[in-house]
Design a protein around this ligand. Structure first.
Ligand code: GLN
Length: 302
């Protein structure tokens, strides 16, 4: 049997030098305060066991990893109708690119770039009476920690510096692909990004992705087995934006990254992993995080 605990500890040692590399995100001032040189990794296997190593209790905001959960919640409510408003193709452009959105008449390429997640947030806003509360509660139920909270400083900081995201949302509105008040939807989107967890909570939140759609904490069938496979396929092709091909080549697992330096990765039928290390590469993905998942993948011989 594979000794995951030893493997995670070795992964920590392996990536320690890399955790000092890259740059922390500065376009959200509250994130600029994160210190480099930190690293944590956790995984939950489909039999429910949890393994972790590094700075496991440190909290960080989920940022774009929230997009995988908000997409899940939108698929629960709209099914395939959601794809009338957002595409399924890799973008090949940065997560906050505006140019493609103009060329493609306000329909974002996929739900993992910012425009795609904002239109998904708009769809959720139409169906939920208290959307921020609903998404937070989902994180709480699936992470197994009812004390998960939203980091208000980060949410406010993102809202104050929302220029690019607001430009995308208003552009979509001008093309008729936006139903609700732009500012209210943006506020909900920033709150989803500002949900604060540690790596263990994050791996647990996404356990359903490796477990045919069933969350190991809540026992809920979050998505059908078929939808789970579809979501994993989209994560594989688009979860790391314009670096998705490189991540697929190096790691070979569906994944989703966020600018706080976190990444989740899914090995269907085996485990969901989460890593965190704030130093980012030029694509906005964690340098040590990707290296850690690459090392993990190499040593499990999948
Ligand atoms: N909250 C961030 C933003 O909207 C999320 C981006 C990311 O994590 N890549 O810009």
């Amino acid at each position: 049997m594979l000794d995951y605990q030893t493997l995670l500890e070795k992964t920590c040692q392996h990536v320690e030098p890399l955790s000092h590399q890259g740059e922390v995100a500065t376009y959200i001032p509250a994130l600029a305060e994160q210190k480099k040189g930190q690293f944590a990794i956790a995984l939950q296997t489909t039999d429910g066991k949890v393994y972790s190593a590094g700075e496991v209790s440190n909290k960080f905001t989920v940022q774009s990893v929230s997009k995988a959960l908000t997409l899940t919640m939108a698929l629960q409510r709209y099914g395939d109708d959601l794809w009338q408003r957002v595409g399924k193709e890799p973008s090949g452009t940065a997560f906050n690119s505006l140019t493609q959105l103009e060329f493609e008449q306000g329909k974002p390429r996929n739900p993992f770039i910012n425009a795609g997640a904002i239109v998904t947030a708009d769809a959720l806003y139409s169906r939920l009476s208290a959307p921020i509360h609903a998404v937070l509660e989902k994180f709480r139920a699936q992470s197994g920690n009812s004390n998960v909270v939203i980091n208000r400083t980060v949410a406010n900081s993102e809202y104050q510096h929302r220029y690019r995201n607001a430009a995308m949302a208003y552009l979509m509105k001008s093309f008729g692909n936006f139903d609700n008040d732009v500012e209210k939807v943006l506020w909900s989107y920033f709150n989803y990004c500002a949900i604060e967890v540690n790596v263990v909570e994050l791996a647990k939140t996404f356990s359903y992705l490796s477990n045919k759609g069933v969350c190991l904490q809540s026992g809920e069938q979050v998505l059908s087995a078929k939808q789970t496979k579809q979501l994993n396929s989209l994560l594989f092709t688009s979860g790391l934006y314009d670096a998705a091909g490189d991540f697929a080549y190096r790691v070979g697992m569906p994944g989703k990254s966020g600018v706080s330096g976190t990444i989740i990765a899914v090995l269907p039928g085996q485990f969901t992993a989460a890593v965190w290390s704030p130093g980012l590469d030029s694509y906005g993905n964690s340098v040590a995080g990707i290296a850690a998942l690459e090392y993990l993948a190499e040593h499990i011989n999948h």
